[in-house]
Design a protein around this ligand. Sequence first.
Ligand code: CS2
Length: 487
Amino acid sequence: MSHDESYAAEPAPSAADVPAGSGAAAGRRLSRSTDGRPAAPVRHVHLGVGNFFRAHAAWYTEHAPDADGWGIAAFTGRSPAVAEALAPQDGLYTLLIRGPEGNRPEVISSLSAVHAAEDLDALRHYFADPAVVIVTSTVTEAGYRRNASGGLDTTRPDVRDDIEALTADPASGTVTSTPGKLVAGLLARRAAGVGHIALVPNDNVPDNGEMVSRVVCDLARLVDESLVDWIDEHVSFVTTMVDRITPRTTEADREEVLRQTGIDDPETVPTEPFTEWVLAGGFPAGRPGWDASGARFVDDVRPFEQRKLWLLNGSHSLMAYAGSILGHETVADAIADPEVLGWVEQWWDTAGAHLSLPEDDVAAYRQALLDRYRNGQIRHLLAQIAADGSQKIPIRAVPVVRAELDEGRVAEGGTRILAAWLAHLRGHGAPVNDAHADEVTPLGQGSPVEAVRGTLTWLGLDPDAQDGRLAETVERQLTGFESRDGA
Ligand code: CS2
């Protein structure tokens, strides 16, 4: 199947095809000829075409002055459903920007093609194409298959299978993991004699460019040592901070779009008005004018990344676990509870003190976060944020707890996130849904004392730190949460 044909699976139904008066189906579907821009030539590949990517990077391309020269070919994550649903609407979808001033639908035309994850022929074809010079990814923190020290986790069966498949057949071995796909693509690019490309991870992981570089080079080394030198010369790893609160789509989003536009778009993506993208690193073969859409290109992403990971994502995780134990369902519900607000403020006081940013900036950022969390148009489920805590807690909360310990303190505002996560692992609040559930659910077992010690150790913290005050504080907070469950 050629890339252009990937949308041709089903013709777009016209309004006449759809029976009138049948609820959401009464609208017409989007089509490129009437609702969007012509498909731009593909120069950018994306792995993981979930709601976040469609609200974020694809939106920056849509608003770039040269969008017509920068089509995106996107691949789905685990399920091909998005590719199937976007096919009848030529890859177009509606971004529903939900804010206190109202809900604004906007059609995004940036996706020139969408493929199922398994379409490795298409993936290799793009990598071998000199016109394609950017590869972004949004595959969740767990998707990069890192081990505890940040290298490639070669104990995972999918990683082992990918190494075996690419060693046996570099040109067409079947791969399923993200590092495996990136290496398969780079092998195809080298074989085609094509050069420079930028890999741009868009997940909430500190120093994510370096992180991808490590797992890709680790895998390459195990498949074909000489590829590592080629990567050194031809691949730029870009580090990013990405931010836009983007919940899952609900029927209400689809109905709002239908009501306002007459279009029935099952692929509507709800998002907030706020958006931020900060990038550091080279695009040796060019990029869209994302700066004109508001992206910032800097030398060092770290200050932005810590501000966002600790203040936004850290408080999100706190609310996801602690707020759900108190019976709240969404971020807006949780932040409206004065007790949860107090915990969030206390976390911000603790974390904010370790940021290398002026106090006024931190204060302004905190106020902006409160406004974003209170946006009642956004229904951001705490259960969604609670997922994959094993990948989130170590980067969102532990560095702050450790920085406090280094200064001789045990800060309640920091340890509360650990206690709430542990309560969650012990069956309180949002259900456990974790890519590493096998590893972390056992941490919740046993008496509170045992569970706290085991969890702190797993997080790389010394349970005896500060003469045992660290473990005592977490245990007291944990038993506090357990006594509140269902209260
Ligand atoms: C959230 C993030 O699900 C989560 O863990 O904290 O997805 C958050 O909404 C985004 O990072 C906002 O940019």
